[in-house]
Ligand binder design. Structure first.
Ligand SMILES: [Cu+2]
Length: 599
């Protein structure tokens, strides 16, 4: 079968009706090698194998234990996880335990440990500290290695999970990916590989937008099927493992509730509004309502725990659908002077919905709906107290114009961040002034403050904090595209999103504040700026405390395990905690910073 590389829709229509692959949920066998009840000990091998994403085509993939996604690792809070990791890939790799509160030198980032060479071995060992839906993936050449299939779920449970009142057998993990296949059904060449045959204009687009695929995958296949009984709730743990694709899910008339996020259960259950669609007469396709109040949105690497209460008759089939989301996608083109230009894409958010999960109603004793014990959490999440003078950790998000070869420089740091912060705060005071009507003069262009892509970032220019300190992440998106922010080692609590536009007519148009409900996150969406470059930006603030004092004592890390700095790891110490955009092409292109955490 020939696959057109850039027409997502056509691929889905052409192959959407074909058979599902034969393996089912988390069926990969993962024996626990240790009989001690407080230890989960497993063997994990990264290697090259094939997968049948498209009927009749064997796609070469890179996989953990020969499976995409890799085996689901499960454990309880307080248990120690030991992973014997073998690298049978043709290149170096690491394993990053996304979201887990691990000792710094077990974090698997490219600065927390040395690379595990091809043919090499590494022993990971750490305690499971907090219930939640996590995942593991490489942190070396990540955009290629994750796209090729290296990704797997890791589930940590505690006694609060029983209060959800859904049996283990009615709980499913959905690893949601989006991959780009070439016309032979193989993983397409990577724009980040400058020696590839990808042309510069295409390269620049893949870097700006992060890789947008042409095939959606749920647990490594085009569609997942779940047998359901009317009125009997199921619990779904969603993981967005895509390089750059947003996953927004909805299930029509089926009731869905969000109960958990990256770092475990929420304080309050949230009802998920279904995504409405309209018919587009020009494209003759359905288009999803762009409002983010609709559906369950996951940006890359985010997770959500949801409960779905099926309603239907035996024999009926209903669907969970993927819906597109506008995210500031860019088109690129060759200009007459030979340079590469970029503009906002017309089709941004306009792709039609795709059925990704079949809910197949079967006969059974009709369920009586969902009756959890409330509140779900035995111990509600307590807000991190932030003093007025808490020092911000400043992380700017920006990029340069495409170079001749299509490469794009991204950054998450500037040399004069204090000066930039002062400029921003002053302009925001003016923008919030009700007595000023019309545009507020001023401009903030990050290059003025000395952009520092990750490769050029020295420890002294990176972020600094002390163990035990409470700080505020002050994340600024200067770009016309969306990003997200992921910090290693420590969860944060998002506080508010502030959209600043100096060109607004009144103070209310110039500064829009959206407070966020309390939750435990390690990855948060950074919406694009609302107006012109330099004249508008989006700020996300999040509270963080650099210790484990909100955890039970027996799982807390020691101060020695938290300390990390200097960018270069040694055998025993980490070179810092990474903080970066999780659009993998952006992170790889330099949109990455690190925290020097000291005693
Ligand atoms: Cu980004």
């Amino acid at each position: 079968m020939k696959i057109s590389p850039y027409s997502f829709l056509k691929v889905i229509l052409a192959i959407g009706a074909l058979a599902y692959s034969s393996f089912s949920w988390g069926s990969v066998n993962l024996p626990d090698l240790n009989r001690h009840k407080n230890i989960v000990e497993i063997k994990l091998v990264a290697g090259v194998t094939t997968s049948s994403y498209v009927s009749g085509v064997k796609t070469e993939v890179w996989a953990y234990n020969n499976s995409v996604p890799g085996p689901t690792i499960k454990g309880g809070v307080g248990q120690t996880l030991i992973v014997h990791f073998y690298n049978k890939l043709p290149e170096p790799t690491t394993v990053h335990w996304h979201g887990l509160e691990v000792p710094a030198n077990m974090d698997g980032s490219n600065i927390s440990q040395g690379m595990v060479p091809s043919g090499g071995y590494f022993r990971y060992q750490f305690k499971l500290t907090r219930a939640g839906t996590y995942w593991y993936h490489p942190h070396a050449n990540s955009n290629e290695q994750v796209e090729r299939g290296l990704q797997g779920a890791l589930i940590v449970t505690d006694s609060s999970d029983k209060r959800v009142h859904i049996k283990k057998r009615d709980e499913k993990v959905l690893v949601l990916d989006d991959i780009l296949l070439d016309e032979n059904g193989q993983i397409a060449e990577f724009a980040t590989d400058l020696s590839s045959s990808v042309d510069p204009v295409t390269r620049a687009a893949e870097l700006f937008n992060s890789r947008q695929g042409n095939l959606l995958l749920v647990n490594g296949k085009q569609q997942e099927t779940i047998k359901v009984v009317s009125g009997k709730p199921i619990r779904l743990r969603l993981i967005n493992s895509a390089n750059g694709r947003f996953m927004r899910l909805s299930a029509g008339d089926q009731k869905m509730y969000q109960i958990g996020t990256d770092g475990g259960l929420l304080n309050d259950i949230r009802t998920i509004n279904p995504v409405t669609t309209i018919y587009n007469h020009h494209t003759q396709e359905m288009t999803s309502n762009p409002s983010l109040d609709q559906g369950m949105l996951l940006t890359p690497a985010e997770r959500a725990d949801i409960v779905l209460v099926p309603q239907g008759d035996p024999g009926e089939v209903k669907h969970i659908q993927w819906h597109d989301t506008p995210s500031g996608l860019h088109n690129t083109s060759r200009k007459t002077d030979g340079s590469i230009g970029f503009s906002h894409a017309h089709n941004d958010g306009g792709r039609p919905p795709v059925n990704i999960v079949r809910l197949k109603f079967v006969h059974g004793k009709k369920g009586r709906g969902w009756h959890p014990t409330l509140p779900l959490r035995k111990h509600p999440i307590q807000p991190i107290e932030v003093a007025h003078d808490t020092q911000p950790l400043i992380v700017p998000f920006g990029h340069g114009a495409p170079m001749e070869n299509g490469n794009v420089m991204f950054f998450n740091a500037v040399k004069e961040s204090g000066e930039m912060y002062a400029t921003l705060e002053n302009l925001m005071v003016a923008a919030g002034n009700q007595s000023i009507v019309g545009s507020v003069p001023g401009m903030v262009m990050p290059p003025v403050f000395g952009t520092l892509p990750f490769g050029k970032l020295n420890p002294e220019d990176a972020l600094h904090a002390k163990v035990g300190e409470t700080r505020v992440w002050y994340l600024i998106n200067f770009t016309g595209g969306d990003h997200n922010f992921h910090s290693h080692g420590f969860f944060f609590q998002p506080l508010e999103t502030i959209q600043v536009n100096l060109d607004g007519v009144s103070a209310n148009d110039r500064i829009r504040r959206s407070p966020m409900e309390i939750e435990t996150k390690d990855t948060v969406h950074m919406p694009r700026r609302a107006g012109a470059a330099g004249r508008s930006w989006t700020i996300v603030k999040a509270a963080v405390r650099f210790d484990d004092s909100d955890l039970p004592e027996h799982v807390q890390r020691t101060a020695e395990e938290l300390v990390a700095s200097g960018k270069s790891p040694t055998d025993g110490t980490s070179g810092g905690w990474l903080a970066h955009c999780h659009f993998l092409e952006h992170a790889g292109g330099g949109m990455m910073n690190f925290l020097n955490l000291e005693m």
